[in-house]
Structures are given as structure tokens and as C-alpha cells.
Design a protein around this ligand. Sequence first.
Ligand SMILES: [Zn+2]
Length: 223
Amino acid sequence: MIELNNTINLKENIPNCTPHCKEFLDYISGYARPSEMTLAVVSVEDFKDADDFFARAYGKRTQYDYRKIAEDGYTFKKLTTQERNSRLEELYAINTSTDQRQGGKMNETYYEYPKPREEDTCPHHFVQIYGAFNLDGIWIGYIDMYFAGEWCCVKHILGHQKYLNACKRGSFMVNLWFCVVKDVMENHPEINYIQYHLMGVGNTGLDEWKKRVGLQEGKIVTL
Ligand SMILES: [Zn+2]
């Protein structure tokens, strides 16, 4: 069990924030500090670097799948806002590729055509999207992350159902998650916690997946 300090620093009220930041912080504060809940989290300081995370947090079977997926020619990368905005049709295709996820119905917002996103200018508060691409360069899955101070958290995570079904090794999202963790560890030294919502809220399959990719149970405590 990872213990997260309840004074987790989201860098609120800092002078160089943009007007957009307050709205952003209001929106995410519920994600960042849900008291009494068990979070699914990676504590960055527990690992020397991304390679160490891969070696110790991913199980042998998951490491094997990861390498095979990479060998099969799938690629994973961080997208700029401009790249994302120029590929909205592919994003929409991913969002509408199934009407059922994790045993529940898809949220209606996935059926609205995605809007172009404005470039975030605050270095402490922003969203960042990461993409998975198949051998033909088609965008087939994404993880969208909130960043705030020392904390980052999954906003959306989704693979195109058709391409998930076609992937011989199971979920290529395992590789995409490592792409996120690696970027955070190498390029965002401010971040201490990487969160993917909660653990143990009734979806066993999703909990299993989270554990497979190195997420652990975390509690907010007063240190
Ligand atoms: Zn800000």
C-alpha cells in the first residue's frame, strides 16, 4: 500500500498560472484527493528510472507481451496538441468503436465529435495525450492525462475495439501505459504520483489490468 501525503501539491495559486488554470484545478481536485478511497497509483520515487519500473513493476508475462507487440510493429508516442487536432476523425473512430466498455455502457460524450483542443500554456496544469499506432500508422488507442503540480492522472484511456480484437498479444494498451510512465519519469521531474482512478470499486478485470501494469493500491493519509 502506497501512502500519499494529503498535502499533495497541485501547485494551486501560483503567480504564473493562466486564467484557465482555476477552472482546471476545480475540475480535477475531486480526482486528486478522494479521501477514504483506495487509489490505483504509481509512486515515482519507488523507481530509479523507467527501465527499473519496467523490470520490477511489469510481470514477466506482461514484459513478454510488451516486447512482442513492439516487434510486431506497433508504435507509441506523445502527441502534440496540433497532431491531436489534425486527427479528430481517427479519435472519433476510437471513441465510437464499441458501445460497451468494462461491462458498462459508454458515456454519451464519446459520441460527440471531438473538438479541437487549445494549447495549454501553464507548465504546471495541462492535459497531455499519448497515442498507439498500428503498422499502417493508423491511430488505434490513446491515454489522455491530467497534469497538476506533483500529480498526474488518467483522464481518458481507450483502445479501438476492432484493433484490440485483432492484436494477437492481447492489449497493446500495456505498451501505451509504459509510454506514459516513461515520459513522466524522463520529462516531468515535478511529478511524484501517476494515478489511474481507483482500485477495488467492483471491476475485477480492470483492477487486474491495473496491477499488470504496475499500479498499486494507494491511500491518502496525513503524514
Ligand atoms: Zn497553472
